[in-house]
Every structure is written in structure tokens, then in C-alpha cells.
Design a protein. Structure first.
Length: 195
């Protein structure tokens, strides 16, 4: 249950019905956050377009790691759970739980760890980013364009987290099906919605 109610009148219109259908097709159910966008379905469409643009410049693994790091830093259960699940394509559940605790050694490369740390810094204190943060990424082989990509992914995640968390969206009940150790490690903020 979110802190605002869906727009029940808009839900009967084509834009919201189509948005709900796309979300349900993607996830196999209607995610809780989707109802928030019944007030402004065009914003969710813009968000999807931004995500598509951000993804095209990095590997899937890097996108998920940077997104996950930003979500963890912002203590968003919703996004940490969602992207933690996606990281299962690359890591074990125990490794994902370690990443959520900021333990990178032996799990990700030095370059990936630096990208995740940079994403967390941007998420928590973008004004605190200094030249050494960028220099460290360059030392590990990141071009300025790649640094831009990391910053853009982290900043984009901050937008989505602050919107859905600020409106009180609870992570979908489907996350209850995760193994308890992983579920607990990724539930950093709001609790998972009950059935």
C-alpha cells in the first residue's frame, strides 16, 4: 500500500491500461509502483526511455552492478530486491548478499568495485565527488564517457528511488519467494508487501 491512491478514473483510460499491460507483461504481474504512475503514465514512459538509453552504453552486468550499488546506498528495498534478483544471472545469492554489505573483494573486478563505490558516492553525496574519485576510475581503464555512464545510471536510479520511496511504494509481494537469507540481505528499507 502506497501513501497515495491510484487514479481510478485514469485507470479506465487507454494510456494507463496500456501502461499496466506493459508492466504486467514484463514482470508477470502488476508491480506496486505502477499504480503510482496512474497519475502520470507519461512519466513512466519517459523513465523507460531513459533506462533504455542508459543501458545501451554499458554491459548488462555493469548496468546491474551500478544500479544495485545506487539502490543499496539509498536503502531502497524495492530497487535493491529488483536488481539483486537480476544479479543472480552473474552471482550466487551469497555473493549478492555480500555485495549488499559493500564486500566486493573476490566477487567483482577492481573496475566494477570502483564503479559501484562511485555510484554509491553519487547517490549519497554527489557534492562530495572530487577529482580523486574520477582519477581512480581512469586508473582502472574507464574512459570519461564510461565515467559519465556510471554517473548517469546512478543519478537515474536516484530519481526513481526517491519518487517511488517518497510515495511509499512497498516492494512487490513476489519477493517473499526469494530464499530468506537473500531476501533479508536485500530488504534495506521498506518491508516487502504482504499478500
Amino acid at each position: 500500500m502506497a501513501l497515495i491512491q491510484p487514479d481510478r478514473i485514469a485507470e479506465s483510460g487507454a494510456p494507463v491500461r496500456q501502461m499496466y499491460a506493459r508492466q504486467a507483461q514484463t514482470f508477470g504481474y502488476l508491480p506496486n509502483y505502477a499504480e503510482l504512475f496512474s497519475h502520470r503514465p507519461d512519466i513512466l514512459e519517459s523513465w523507460a526511455s531513459l533506462q533504455k538509453g542508459l543501458r545501451q552504453h554499458v554491459s548488462v552486468r555493469m548496468f546491474e552492478l551500478v544500479t544495485f550499488a545506487a539502490a543499496v546506498a539509498l536503502k531502497s528495498s524495492y530497487c535493491t530486491l529488483a536488481h539483486g534478483v537480476r544479479l543472480r544471472a552473474f552471482f550466487t545469492d551469497a555473493e549478492i548478499a555480500s555485495l549488499a554489505r559493500g564486500e566486493f573483494a573476490g566477487i567483482v573486478s577492481d573496475r566494477e568495485a570502483a564503479a559501484m563505490s562511485y555510484a554509491a558516492q553519487i547517490s549519497l553525496d554527489a557534492n562530495g565527488v572530487e577529482a580523486p574519485h574520477i582519477a581512480g576510475l581512469r586508473t582502472l581503464g574507464c574512459s570519461d564517457a564510461e565515467v559519465f555512464d556510471i554517473a548517469a545510471i546512478a543519478a537515474g536510479r536516484a530519481f526513481f528511488v526517491k519518487l517511488v520511496e517518497g510515495l511509499g511504494a512497498l516492494p512487490d509481494n513476489a519477493y517473499q519467494d526469494l530464499p530468506a537469507p537473500l531476501r533479508q540481505a536485500l530488504t534495506l528499507g521498506r518491508p516487502i508487501a504482504s499478500a
